[in-house]
Design a protein around this ligand. Structure first.
Ligand code: MG
Length: 376
């Protein structure tokens, strides 16, 4: 029986993780369930799964908890939430996920990582601590899971190049003029994947693909020059690894996050999870150049990733604010990239020495972004 501490249990990844535990109750149970503020959903999950610990980041009381579940509050959340767990699944969204990841790494827990910001913002800190502790950091992101599978579940398998696939988002064929007028509702219609709102917008701007390049760099100890992103509108090939001898190994499947979530819990073992591919029905698979010039968020993310230090944290803080403003109709789609670029140019880069340094950079980036958005 594997005990899972699930951070972010009511989001898109969290809900699918619950489905897996429901399907395999003899293998998995939750030792802890944590979410941001949806107390009714958390209460229902606690009644169903009876975890040892539950917590609401907002600090409110969780209604109707049974005696077997203890609610953690304040500083106790971070200090006790991983008690007794075999796997820490970090599925909280945004920068907030980083402190959970770092804590779980410090406690030497095996980590199933769905929170991108942990590596985008905290890659240096997280990987250094993970190496010191010798812990297993398993990707839940579909592209990085595909690479992990192509590398035979070994992050030290030698390779020549990593190729991340991108659906291209809903605006793949839009002109720059058309992009200026798209709305939040348009951006939320993702052609192939069903995900949370922030990441769906990040997929439309291709910021998400830039994040994934940074994630891949950290996870697979490589350089930016050895990572490429290519547009693949069908989202069947989830990523590829090129090897020295000319071989390329890809992982394929219908777009369904349950596979990478489940595999992060069971690998190298595979259990029934998703439906099999019907190749004759799929017919054609296309691959196209990623048009960086049309999607400046991608280049901004890569530049911040190459710069390192606090730059990716500043980028992310600005992006979280800008996307929030876009979703409520406050700024245009192109203004997301403009805001991020402006914030990055105003805030000087520092070394990412500690979580506190990153938290300050995040805070400053959000305030600066809010000022710029207010003027727009
Ligand atoms: Mg992905």
């Amino acid at each position: 029986m594997v005990n899972i501490a699930l951070i972010g249990c009511t989001g898109s990844i969290g809900r699918q993780a619950c489905e897996i535990v429901r399907r395999y109750p003899e293998r998995f149970r939750f030792s802890a369930l944590v979410c941001g503020k949806d107390k009714r959903a958390l209460s229902a999950l606690c009644a169903e799964f009876r975890p040892d610990f539950a917590a609401l980041a907002s600090g409110e009381e969780i209604p109707g908890l049974s005696q077997g579940t203890r609610q953690l509050k304040g500083e106790e959340i971070l200090s006790r939430v991983f008690e007794g767990c075999g796997v820490a699944m970090i599925a909280a969204g945004g920068f907030a996920g980083l402190s959970y990841t770092l804590r779980a790494v410090e406690e030497g827990k095996r980590i199933a990582l769905a929170n991108k910001e942990s590596l985008v913002c905290g890659g240096e800190l997280v990987m250094r601590a993970a190496e010191e502790k010798g812990i297993d950091l398993v990707p839940v992101d579909s592209e990085h899971s595909a690479i992990f599978q192509a590398l035979s579940f070994r992050r030290d398998t030698p390779f020549k190049r990593l190729v991340l696939t991108a659906s291209g988002g809903p605006f793949r064929n839009f002109t720059e003029k058309e992009l200026a007028n798209v709305t939040a509702a348009d951006a939320l219609k993702h052609p192939t994947w069903n995900m949370g709102a922030k990441i769906t917008v990040d997929s439309a701007t291709l910021l998400n693909k830039g994040y994934e390049v940074i994630e891949a760099k950290w996870l697979y100890h490589t350089e930016f020059d050895k990572i490429q992103a290519v547009v693949h509108p069908e989202s069947i090939v989830h990523s590829l690894v090129y090897f020295e001898d000319g071989a390329a190994i890809a992982q394929m499947g219908y777009p369904d996050m349950k596979l990478p979530i489940q595999l992060a819990l069971t690998y190298p073992q595979r259990l029934p999870c998703c439906r099999q591919l019907d190749l004759e029905k799929i017919g054609t698979l296309r691959f196209e150049r990623l048009q960086e010039e049309k999607f400046p968020c991608y280049a901004l993310a890569l530049a911040a990733g190459r710069s390192g230090g606090t730059a990716p944290t500043v980028l992310n803080g600005a992006a979280e604010e800008a996307v929030r403003a876009f979703l409520r109709g406050g700024i245009s789609f192109p203004a997301i990239a403009e805001t991020i670029g402006e914030v990055l140019s105003r805030i000087p880069r520092e070394e990412a020495e500690s979580l506190e340094v990153l938290q300050r950079a995040d805070d400053l980036a959000r305030k600066t972004a809010a000022e710029i958005i207010y003027v727009k």
